[in-house]
Structure formats: C-alpha cells, structure tokens
Design a protein around this ligand. Structure first.
Ligand code: XMP
Ligand code: MG
Length: 174
C-alpha cells in the first residue's frame, strides 16, 4: 500500500482500561504461582509493558521471537528467531502477543514450548481477530476482538513502522 491514512479503531484510554482488567484476571488466576511472562517479539512488547505494570502477583519476564512459514501445510513449521533465556520446565508460562490473526504462529510456538514440560502454556493477546480458524487455539486472555482488518499501533507495525502509535488503527488506502 503506497498511500494510506490510519483510521483510529481503539484509543489509548480504552486500551489501557482493558489491559487493567486483563491484568486483574491474570492476577487472580496465577496468585502465588510465579508464572513466566513470555513476551512474543517484536509486537508484544508494548502490550506487555503495560500489562506487567498492572500484575501484582510475582512473575518473571522472558522474551521469545518466532516466525512461521506461511503457505506450508504442516503445522510444525516455526522458526525461533530468539529463544527464551530460561528453562520453562515445571513452570507456568503466559505467552504475550500483540495479535492473534490466523493464530498459526502461536499455535506452533505453544506446541514447541509444551515439549519442554512446562506446567502450562497460556495465551494473552491484545487483539484477537474475529475470524474462523481451521485449528483449535484456545486464547485464554484477550483485550479486544477486532474485525478482519490490517491494524497498526501499540506494538503492531506496517513494514516496521507505527509500532509506537499510542492507539490501534487500521490502514486505509487513499
Ligand atoms: P498469525 O496469527 O497470523 O500472526 O500467525 C502472525 C503475526 O503477524 C502479525 N500480524 C499483524 N501485524 N497488523 C500487524 O501489524 C495486523 O493486522 C496483523 N495480523 C498479523 C503479528 O505480528 C502476528 O504476531
Ligand atoms: Mg507478532
């Protein structure tokens, strides 16, 4: 897309309000469990930064980078571009993502991490696209369901741009 404007979909106040609620849910579910908050790079960093400041039960933070090979059929196709620094065996893990779109990336990443014998792997995402998925991906926590549009801001990029926008908007060609 060459020329576009960004139409606001979710404003900062609205997003911050929901993040507080998601954090409260996580707080309640993981009290005393010391989970690992595993931020999925790059897009998850903005949501995660807000989220962790509203979680009051103790946790650790780690980072993981992954990209899936789209267009291939088998579901094990994932490339870890940056692995977690610490082992997750015997720990609860919460994967923190910017968006679940097709869900392929998280589906594969979750499966891969489950091979390391964590106590559990759950998913927290800022945005969940309201689409049908051909496989079962439980999304345990989400802040907003959004329509099937390409969105940017709050960590999400278009060609590595707009990650710092303090709101979520969709691209509209002009
Ligand atoms: P899925 O769920 O399809 O998503 O495996 C993989 C990654 O693609 C990115 N993605 C988006 N990025 N606007 C963006 O800026 C979008 O609408 C969008 N949909 C998917 C995102 O990084 C996700 O983790
Ligand atoms: Mg992402």
């Amino acid at each position: 897309m060459e020329n576009y404007v960004i139409e606001k979909l979710l404003d900062r106040k609205e997003i911050e309000g929901r993040i507080v609620q998601v954090a409260a849910q996580i707080d309640q579910d993981y009290r005393g469990e010391n989970p690992i908050i595993a931020v999925v790079l790059k897009g998850g960093f903005v949501f995660a930064a807000d989220l962790v400041r509203d979680i009051h039960t103790p946790f650790n933070v780690d980072f993981v980078g992954a990209s899936s090979y789209k267009g291939t059929k088998s579901s094990g196709d994932i490339k870890i571009t940056k692995d977690l620094d610490n082992p997750i065996g015997g720990r609860h893990v919460i994967l923190v993502e910017d968006i679940v779109d097709t869900g392929l990336t998280l589906f594969n990443l979750k499966k891969l991490l489950e091979q390391r014998n964590p106590l559990s792997v759950k998913i927290a995402t800022l945005l969940l696209k309201d689409i049908d998925r051909p496989f079962d991906l439980p999304v345990d926590y989400y802040a907003f369901k959004i329509p099937d549009k390409f969105v940017v801001g709050f960590g999400l990029d278009y060609n590595e741009m707009h990650r710092g926008l303090p709101y979520v908007g969709y691209l509209k060609a002009i």
